[in-house]
Write a protein that binds this ligand. Structure first.
Ligand code: BGC
Length: 754
């Protein structure tokens, strides 16, 4: 780093002023490794395989590299670059280390349901450490898009449907990746965090990826913006734009969004990068006539880095020379990029963190332990009739289903993950029982009947989704059933193939493959207890099959250590404690669905359920199959002695709320106690429930603990459509519960403004 703080900016300014126009433009361009050398490769997404860079543009002037994650490639590219670059400005290496580099943590949708935000922060720190050792400087994580439509494949990358949950997740993971705000930013092995996708990418019409997003400014500010704000408050140094339009304007060219809200209102002075090829996509959106126009609109919208198009590279010079764009605008962008490089210490050491021997470090026990604990805490026990779980070590197990011994448990955005390190469920179970107690047969494929539309007749496309060995997936279900005859209990490990989730994997049906369902129904005929272990990146529709399970554990995609974490839960060595961060609907017709909807003028309740003109469905219950916040335990938790210090809240007097949680069982376990509020009458109507606080409490067998919440005026305030915080006098209901539907204690308080 340049020496004294006060001198640093001067040095950077001096450097900036010594750059030619072409060199400055180069800093705003991000390319994959194949642009730097023929023999190198990187993960490519999007339609920009051929980006038509002009002859004039020099690769040696580029500012950053996309998705190079191999340490030796990083080294090679940086060395070559520095040898050619006139000013020796180091390249920034940015990559999608979304929820783990070599050791993969559970998908974010799972992580957030642990409600253990310290642990999530630790996962961020471990993820940063592995990336740092690989020479990566920036990760494109976290994704903070609120999600309420499980047809959208990318829900797996999000912390879920709830504002409070996304905010807490955002703060913790950004601090974990970058270091705490003031004290240790980028110290040790921390790297920079790029939050995405700004903004509201999680609300595409009809759940179809890249589709239009349109919502009121009120909803945007109240529900979609707070997660990004929380990350910026934790000092996230980069922001990535979203692919979608918002109110008819692509986010990448949206001046209201990027300048008025992000730069001015939220005072973000970090680096704003586009999503992959998003500048050029403004042409297809119908917002720009050509790449030049697209570059102009992106630059006006304060975009600093063009990811993988030639729009900036080929056009900024002409736009500036012709006076259409000011050079000052470009200078501001370049300054932000140089400042980031400087803050990361790259001028001092362009090979920051790079450790060619780092492969050994992937085996770091601390990373694995965090991954295991997080997997354990984020699995959700959806159902457990007659205490089917935990298993007893004397029971003979038939482990059936395509996930029984599968390593495909990392989820979609885990391309860097080390598959060899993955612990399968079978391996996990074998840590508890001897091999003669376990019989295993997959019985069926992960994919059986996947109805690709006609336009996808190309075998290469099918392979992209189904994997290379699709034809080897035919398995014999009769063998599996025969094997299960001899068992005391069946563990059925089933779910979605990870390629059916993630980017570009929207679906209209959220049912699981037919063959898996048929196999399950056949197994049911054996009249043995069946425990389902569900692997998925989204809420799927379980309505028809749920009755076949005596117990059902949602594993999500649990990451590298999943098999061990799940087996520990199955055998009661650990007790499930995860909660649902996203509602499980009964059917696709209920989508979009989330717990924090408005009440309507005609809400459904016990008194009017036989009436006609009520807000509900006539062909399906209106309630979800499993509500937000749901998650059972082996412990029997009794909530008692609800206490409130006062029924009146005022700006200078907070209320203390408490409840005793009694663990009436022989298990030690954790409970996530949830506090919801409802404002009964407000100038702008508020949801029928809003989660405002959670407390994860550990209770020994038969122990009782008091959980306390402090309710102050900030907790009950709301955001209006101008983004201002509002507080109105009136009645507020407070609910303490085990889920959004399972409320155990309730109070009504009066907020008085003076
Ligand atoms: C995704 C981003 C990702 C980027 C770079 C895009 O397709 O939307 O989330 O960070 O590619 O790989």
């Amino acid at each position: 780093m340049f020496k004294e703080i006060s001198d640093e900016k001067k040095e950077l300014k001096r450097l900036l002023s010594s750059l030619s126009l072409e060199e400055k433009i180069g800093q705003t361009v991000q390319l994959t490794s194949n642009f730097f050398s023929e023999d190198l490769h990187a993960v490519k997404t999007g339609p920009a395989a051929e980006i038509h860079l002009s002859e004039e543009f020099q690769i040696s002037q580029v500012g950053s590299v996309l998705n190079v994650t191999d340490p030796s490639e990083v080294k090679k590219i940086q060395e070559r670059h520095l040898a050619k670059s006139r000013h020796k400005i180091p390249l920034l290496f940015m990559a999608d280390i979304v929820y783990g580099n070599k050791i993969i943590f559970p998908i974010p949708l799972a992580q957030s349901g642990s409600y253990d935000f310290n642990l999530i922060k630790l996962a961020g720190k471990e993820l940063a450490k592995e990336s740092y050792n690989a020479g990566i400087h920036v990760t494109f994580s976290p994704m903070l898009d609120i999600v309420r439509d499980p047809r959208w494949g990318r829900v797996m990358e999000s912390p879920g449907e709830d504002v409070y949950t996304v905010e807490q997740y955002a703060r913790s993971i950004v601090q974990g990746i970058q270091g705490d705000k003031d004290s240790d930013m980028f110290s040790d092995s921390h790297i920079a965090s790029c939050i995405k996708h700004f903004a509201a990418y999680g609300a595409p019409d009809s759940g179809k990826d890249y589709n239009t997003v349109d919502m009121s400014e009120l909803r945007f500010r109240r529900e979609y913006l707070p997660g990004y704000i929380a990350a910026l408050e934790a000092n996230a140094r980069l922001v990535m734009t979203a692919f979608n339009t918002l109110e008819g304007i692509p986010c990448t060219g949206n001046e209201w969004l990027n300048k008025e809200i992000l730069r001015e209102e939220l005072e973000f002075d970090g680096v704003l990068i586009t999503d992959h090829s998003a500048i050029e996509e403004m042409i297809a959106h119908g917002y720009a006539v050509d790449k030049r126009d697209a570059a102009f609109k992106a630059a006006k919208a304060s975009i600093d880095i063009d990811m993988m198009t030639s729009s900036y590279a080929n056009n900024l010079k002409d736009l500036i020379n012709k006076g259409q764009l000011s050079e000052e605008l470009l200078d501001e962008s370049v300054m932000r990029i140089l400042e980031l490089k400087n803050d990361l210490g790259l001028f001092e050491n362009p090979f920051r963190g790079l450790d060619l021997e780092s492969t050994g470090k992937y085996l770091d026990e601390s990373t694995k332990n965090v991954a295991k604990e997080l997997a354990s805490k984020s699995c959700v026990l959806l159902k457990n009739d007659k205490h089917t779980l935990p298993l007893n070590k004397s029971q003979k197990i038939a482990l059936v289903g395509p996930f029984g011994d599968s390593k495909l448990t990392l989820g979609f955005w885990a391309f860097t993950g080390d598959k060899d390190q993955v612990i399968t469920l079978k391996e996990g179970v074998l840590q508890h029982i001897s091999a003669d107690m376990l019989h295993i047969h997959s019985g069926t494929a992960m994919f059986s009947e996947f109805n690709f539309p006609d336009e996808f007749s190309d075998p290469a496309f099918r392979e992209l989704f189904l994997g290379k060995d699709v034809n080897n997936y035919q398995k014999d279900s009769h063998e599996a059933i025969k094997m299960a005859h001899g068992a005391d209990v069946i563990v059925f490990a089933f779910g979605e193939n990870f390629l059916e989730t993630g980017e570009g994997a929207s679906k209209t049906s959220l049912m699981l493959p037919k063959d898996q369902i048929c196999l399950l129904k056949e197994l049911r005929k054996l009249k043995k207890p069946i425990i389902g272990v569900l692997y998925t990146g989204r809420p799927v529709i379980l309505t028809e099959i749920e009755e076949n399970f005596d117990a059902l554990l949602l594993a999500w995609y649990p990451g590298t250590m999943g098999g061990q974490a799940i087996a520990d839960l199955l055998y009661g060595e650990k007790v499930p404690s995860g909660k649902l961060s996203m509602t499980f609907p009964r059917n696709e017709g209920q989508i979009p669905i989330h717990y924090s909807q408005l009440n309507t003028g005609r809400p459904l309740n016990a008194d009017n359920c036989n009436g006609r003109f009520i807000s509900r469905y006539i062909d399906s219950p209106s309630s979800p199959l499993y509500p937000f916040g749901h998650g059972l335990s082996y412990c029997d938790f009794v909530y008692k002695n609800g206490y409130i210090s006062s029924m009146q809240l005022s700006p200078d007097k907070e209320i203390v709320l408490s409840i005793d949680i009694q663990n009436n069982s022989d298990f030690d376990g954790d409970e996530v106690v949830q506090l919801y509020i409802r404002d009964l009458a407000a100038d702008i109507v508020r949801p029928k429930k809003e989660l405002v606080s959670t407390e994860r409490v550990s209770l020994r067998a038969n122990e009782c603990k008091t959980v306390t919440f402090v309710v102050n005026s900030e907790l009950i305030s709301y955001i209006d459509k101008k983004g201002n915080t509002q507080l109105e006098p009136g009645l507020i209901e407070l609910y303490i519960g085990r889920s959004s539907e399972d409320i155990r204690s309730q109070f009504t308080i009066d907020y008085v403004s003076s």
